[in-house]
Design a protein around this ligand. Structure first.
Ligand code: PLP
Length: 384
């Protein structure tokens, strides 16, 4: 990490591109630059590279090559999944969508649009006080009208891992499509699509030291799906637009590296988080909303500072060179209380006292301890 002396604790938002991955990507900006769908040698070279990247990703998640689609990011992949699956199922007479109360806005807003504009009925799967979906609710609620069930792999706000296998089984019992957003899960746990039982699964390269603007969507062969972006016939006719070959190369190389380093890196990040946690919980008014116990990704910790407004604390932290984040930021830079924290049972006030810290492979023990001490002093100051 550069940005001298600054401490970056926002890896759930994005990670820096790995230098080695950058080197692997560079030739495909200037040397092998063809349009992968062009019918000449330049195009064929680009297509061969794209095929390799697709095959690598497919192998890593136990999919077939033709089940992998590259998108412009996790958001597009999520939109594609929700719109594509729901609309295709509607042709089969199904109009209900279940989404977990934790879903990222890319899923929530897609479902909300379908409810407002296309006659779908959207229901939220509630979450218990541990930040995990109520699987019994889902099992009892799905029926033969259910088009789609969407449950994310891990919460981007709480870090909690969700029972995706069980959710997939519940969806399949009524022949609904099961989609899982694994944007925050895949950097820490390899999503084996067959073992999970996912019909559709998304993830995003910039969360594991790959390039921004490259999402990956797995769609199991035979899953009813409509395309989202129309135009040319790229990506097997499923996603129009000149394919971002260099992004695909970066995504595949970054994920291969992430998996090779996963157990070591998870262990290191978990240790760093533990140190930060130990230091920050010395404050008597600190409570942990998620990430400290139960099944969680190693990187994420959601901390509540009672009586401290999170936007004020984040601003002071920023002035002191420490980056973290709160709930979803809206366009004005205002911080809304996180829907995931509210779903877990926090009051609006408590949600506005909460900050998400997410650690990464470049963080050191010294810097997270220093960060925790600075944050403690700033929070004390704000409470006075
Ligand atoms: N889904 C989840 C769970 C996320 O955390 C994010 C980004 O933070 C996204 C989707 C969107 O991914 P992208 O930033 O690649 O559009």
């Amino acid at each position: 990490m550069s940005e001298n002396k600054k401490i970056y604790l926002d890896h759930a938002a994005t990670t820096p591109l790995d230098e080695e991955i950058l080197q692997k990507m560079l030739p495909y900006f200037t040397q092998v630059f063809g349009n992968a769908n062009s019918q000449h040698a330049f195009g064929r070279s680009a297509m061969a590279i794209l095929d390799d990247a697709r095959a690598k990703i497919a192998e890593l998640i136990n999919a077939a090559d033709n089940e992998i689609f590259f998108t412009s990011g996790g958001t597009e992949a999520d939109n594609f999944a929700v719109f594509g699956a729901a609309r295709a199922q509607k042709q089969l007479g199904r109009n209900k969508i279940f989404i977990s109360a934790l879903e990222h806005s890319a899923v929530r807003e897609s479902a909300a649009y379908l409810a407002e504009s296309e006659g779908f009925v959207v229901k939220e799967i509630p979450v218990n006080e541990n930040g995990v979906i109520d699987i019994e609710f889902l099992k009892n609620a799905v029926d033969e009208k259910t088009a789609l069930v969407a449950v994310m792999g891990a919460s981007n706000e709480l870090g909690t891992i969700q029972p995706i296998k069980e959710a997939a089984a519940a969806a399949h019992r009524v022949k609904a499509t099961f989609f899982t957003d694994c944007v925050q899960y895949a950097p820490y746990i390899v999503p084996n699509v067959k073992e999970l039982g996912a019909d559709i699964l998304s993830f995003s390269a910039h969360k594991f030291y790959g390039p921004k603007g490259t999402g990956i969507l797995y769609i199991k062969n035979g899953t009813p799906t409509e395309r989202l972006i129309v135009g040319g016939e790229q990506e097997n006719g499923m996603r129009a637009g000149t394919v971002n070959v260099v992004g695909a190369v970066g995504a595949a190389a970054a994920y291969e590296k992430a998996i090779a380093q996963m157990s070591e890196s998870n262990e290191k990040i978990g240790r760093i988080k533990e140190l930060f946690l130990r230091e920050i919980t010395r404050l008597p008014y600190v409570h942990i909303n998620g990430g400290d116990e139960g099944e969680c990704v190693p990187s994420l910790l959601n901390v509540r500072f009672d009586g401290v407004d999170n936007s004020s604390l984040l601003a002071l932290m920023d002035m002191n060179g420490i980056a973290a984040s709160a709930g979803a930021a809206c366009s004005g830079g205002d911080v809304r209380p996180s829907h995931a924290l509210i779903a877990k049972g926090l009051t609006e006030e408590q949600a506005k006292n909460s900050i998400r810290f997410s650690f990464g492979k470049h963080n050191t023990e010294e810097e997270v301890i220093a960060a925790a001490r600075t944050i403690a002093a700033l929070a004390d100051k704000l409470r006075r």
